[in-house]
Design a protein around this ligand. Structure first.
Ligand code: NAI
Ligand code: MG
Length: 795
């Protein structure tokens, strides 16, 4: 026996376990065998097959859960479908009251949730108790507020409908909250499938829904593995899929939903850089690394898994890190004094072990603390790799474990280059005591979240989500709400409003002005120059009377590649041009188009015989003014996150965009895509209307005289079926907009899975002449992605 004095003096560590009794009692109440939660009740357990879920700290089975079948998914979707109109009709205040009630119920059961989460997932109780569960409650409260405010703050928007949500095992209840709270707030109903390793807190949450009497069908929980998830993804009655998980499965889902009309948001993997400048406070950096990579055993999509340290302080940082790693404690997740718990499942542990072996084989130096981990459960020690080549496997792939790699850099420019040398773009953190340095670097990082002198900060008020292969869409903040709404009147598939523009059957009176001479043979427009196509094939373009108007080049794969290359060259200068400059260019363009108003009107009338030709050209000029006006007004936000912090939500351009213009409204349809994309700082490669490309080729000279920098707008004429798929599949294109036939739209969505580029695909016709249908904030939103930069303060 040690005396109190001895214990106090030695400060020896003793276990301080949290009791699992209540959790065990809850499992007992369900006989440790669960069914699904559908339409407000637990389904009958008869004849269903189940699988076991384990406590990874002991490998003991906790319970058996049901394997969702096609019938289960059908029943859940039907329940959600039936409940959706009623849920929406409850109104914002009604929904706010229910979300508020859910927040309260989570708080009431906070300790039970935390213990169940730690038992099921293996994460330390300190984290589930102090981070996961409080954030869950916060998400429901915050979104209760959005439900209340929807009518005024999102006027003109309605719900998407029934949402299928598929979540991973690393933050089981938190990911549930991130998905369910905004969906419900915006008037949607949901079917959620938790991960097969960690379904228990979702099932406890179902109990909470039942306890507060949430209307049946609003939330449905179906358990199962990837097969159940795939059934949900493929279900025709689901209007949207929201997924968090591996990039691999994200790609499968992108492909599976292509052409279905389902909306999609994906939050995928990452290999996030953690950049340390020489002037950083190294002691804070060390604690930052602990939070970045040893939080949740490193099983965090935005884990700071690549430390990039400026050369001069590299050795000192390594020494300090090793010292700190010696003091970390791995063990029983329910022990309040434990820093690192258990790895979620044997397969995940094996994956970590094999990647570490590979890292050593590839020549990196592996360092682990001198103590050893408990052996009865799935534990893995904190691990630091140094002498890592940037191209090494462990520097490129997501390990999803407590393993971090360290590399050095010399200059800020080199730091940015290494940081962005990844397919991913989820998060980054920057450490420097010099705010000028940090805020110079943050916008240059391709990542959806950048933390300055902090890491792994999350809040319901701030958006979270990826750039590049880390997915698209945001969760949290106002930016997250857009995933769960659609413009009212533009309904689900087949219900979209805004009919096709109708063309007169016969030409109206011929305009009196002379038509352009037939021999005006346009070229392609690439890099600010009119260039000859790779091949000399042309397409004849006829006017409304059937006469040949011109021959335009039939662009090919090579032409698209050249155009993408030109766009890339223009990218950084255009993205960094001030918004004022971009506005000026668009005003100038409008001015020069106005000078030729008559010429364009005549051309349009001659080609299309549209009685609205004059309107279309007038509107094209007006629309240029509209986006010039927006260029410096599409502001970001400053989020109120509950820390000593400003969180800057910046709208950033997406990058090189491929635009496939609609057939209708050959001038205005084309400009309706080009103008907003360019106004937001994206260089574009545009494929004009196949039938009437001359309205686009006539613009070359207008662009030339309007100070549009070369390469910002590139135009390749030709056959949409040949050109658009090349854009959609191109790895250096970051986003594609397609307004055209469904089959080709489906192909665009499918091919975009290669680099997970963002797509905006619509096959229902819009009325491009309409001020609501043909322009609006929707276009700006689709042309941007939000980066949240967290900047703490405190003197
Ligand atoms: P996963 O992506 O397979 O699982 C995530 C969710 O998707 C689970 O609910 C799963 O049942 C479901 N799912 C699987 N296949 C599906 C399909 N074809 N259709 C619909 N749903 C499907 O991730 P997993 O296998 O658990 O982990 C594998 C690796 O993925 C990890 O080692 C880690 O590197 C990464 N990962 C990344 C996460 C992140 O947040 N970025 C989260 C979880 C895993
Ligand atoms: Mg488990």
């Amino acid at each position: 026996m040690t005396s109190i004095r001895e214990a106090f003096e030695s400060m020896a560590w003793g276990p301080a376990p949290e009791s699992p009794a209540q959790a065990q009692e809850w499992l007992g109440r369900h006989q440790r065998a669960f069914s699904h939660y559908i339409n407000g009740v637990w389904t009958s357990g008869d004849g269903i097959s189940r699988f076991g879920v384990i406590n990874p700290a002991t490998r003991e089975e906790l319970a058996q859960v049901a394997e969702g079948s096609r019938g289960d998914v059908d029943a859940a979707v039907a329940a959600a479908r039936a409940a959706q109109p009623l849920w929406w009709e409850l109104g914002g205040h009604g929904r706010a009251r229910w979300l508020y009630a859910l927040a309260r119920e989570v708080q009431r059961n906070a300790r039970l949730f935390a213990v169940v989460e730690s038992l099921d997932n293996g994460k330390p109780i300190r984290e589930s108790r102090d981070i996961d569960i409080p954030l869950v409650a916060r998400h429901f409260y915050h979104h209760a507020g959005w439900a209340q405010l929807m009518e005024t703050e999102l006027a003109g928007y309605g719900p998407v409908g029934v949402v299928g949500q598929i979540i991973p095992w690393n933050f089981p209840l938190l990911m549930l909250a991130w998905k369910i709270a905004p969906a419900l707030a915006m008037g949607n109903t949901v079917v959620l499938k938790p991960a097969e390793f960690t379904p228990l807190t979702a099932l406890l949450f179902a109990d909470c829904c039942q306890a507060i009497g949430l209307p049946p069908g609003v939330i449905n929980i179906v358990t199962g593995d990837g097969r159940t998830g795939a059934l949900l993804v493929g279900h025709p009655e689901v209007d949207k899929i929201a997924f968090t998980g591996s990039t691999e499965v994200g790609r499968i889902i992108r492909t599976a939903t292509a052409g279905s009309g389902k909306r999609l948001s994906l939050e995928l993997g990452g290999k996030s850089p953690f950049i340390v400048f020489e002037d950083a406070d190294l002691d804070s950096v060390v604690e930052g690394v602990v939070d970045a990579i040893w939080f949740n055993q490193g099983q965090v999509c935005c884990a700071g898994s690549r430390i990039l340290v400026q050369e001069g302080v590299g050795p000192r940082l390594i020494e300090k890190l090793r010292g700190r790693m010696e003091t970390l404690r791995v063990g029983n997740p329910l022990d309040k004094a434990v820093d690192i718990g258990a790895i979620v499942a044997p397969v995940q542990l094996e994956k970590i072990e094999s990647l570490v072996k590979q890292g050593i084989a590839e020549g990196a130096t592996c360092w682990q603390p001198s103590w050893s981990c408990p052996t009865e459960g799935l534990f893995y020690p904190p691990t630091l790799f140094t002498e890592v080549a940037p191209a090494a496997t462990i520097a490129q792939v997501e390990i999803f474990g407590p393993v971090v790699v360290l590399m050095t850099f010399r200059t800020p420019a080199e730091a940015v280059e290494i940081a962005n040398n990844t397919r991913y773009g989820l998060a980054a953190s920057v450490w420097s005591e010099n705010l000028n340095t940090a805020l110079d670097i943050a916008p240059q990082l391709k990542a959806g979240t950048v933390w300055v002198n902090c890491t792994n900060m999350f809040d319901a008020a701030s958006g979270f989500g990826g750039y590049r292969e880390s997915g698209f869409g945001r969760e949290g903040g106002k930016e997250g709400l857009w995933e769960y709404v659609r413009v009212e009147g533009r309904g689900a598939e087949g219900q979209r409003g805004g009919g096709a523009v109708e063309w007169a059957a016969t030409p109206p009176d011929r305009p009196t002005a002379a038509l352009p001479a037939i021999d005006r043979t346009p070229k392609l427009y690439i890099g600010g120059k009119q260039v000859r196509p790779d091949a000399t094939y042309t397409i004849p373009i006829h006017d409304a009377s059937g006469a040949l108007a011109a021959e335009v080049p039939r662009g090919n794969r090579k032409d698209i590649r050249n155009a993408v290359e030109a766009a890339h060259k223009a990218e950084s200068a255009w993205a960094r041009a001030t918004a004022h400059t971009r506005a000026q260019v668009l005003y100038y363009f409008a001015e020069n188009l106005a000078v030729r108003e008559r010429e364009f009107t005549d051309r349009l009338a001659a080609l299309t015989a549209s009685p609205a030709s004059a309107d279309e050209v007038r509107l094209a000029i007006e629309r240029s003014f509209y986006y010039a006006a927006w260029a410096d007004k599409y502001d970001g936000r400053v989020h109120h996150t509950p820390f000593r912090n400003v969180t800057l939500a910046m709208n950033e351009p997406i990058g090189v965009m491929g635009l496939a213009a609609p057939e209708e409204a050959p001038l205005l349809g084309f400009l309706s895509l080009v103008l907003p994309a360019v106004a937001m700082g994206n260089p574009v490669v545009a494929v004009p209307s196949e039938r009437w490309p001359l309205l686009a080729t006539d613009l070359y000279q207008v662009f030339d005289t309007s100070d549009v920098p070369g390469g910002v707008i590139n135009i390749v004429t030709g056959i949409a079926k040949e050109l658009v798929p090349v854009l959609a599949a191109h790895d250096d294109v970051d986003g594609v907009w397609f307004f055209g036939p469904r089959e080709l739209g489906a192909e665009v969505e499918k091919l975009s899975a290669g680099n997970m580029k963002r797509t905006w695909v619509e096959w229902e016709a819009r009325d491009w002449l309409d001020g609501h249908d043909g322009q609006g904030e929707e276009f700006l939103r689709e042309a941007t992605q939000v980066k949240n930069i967290w900047v703490p303060y405190g003197a």
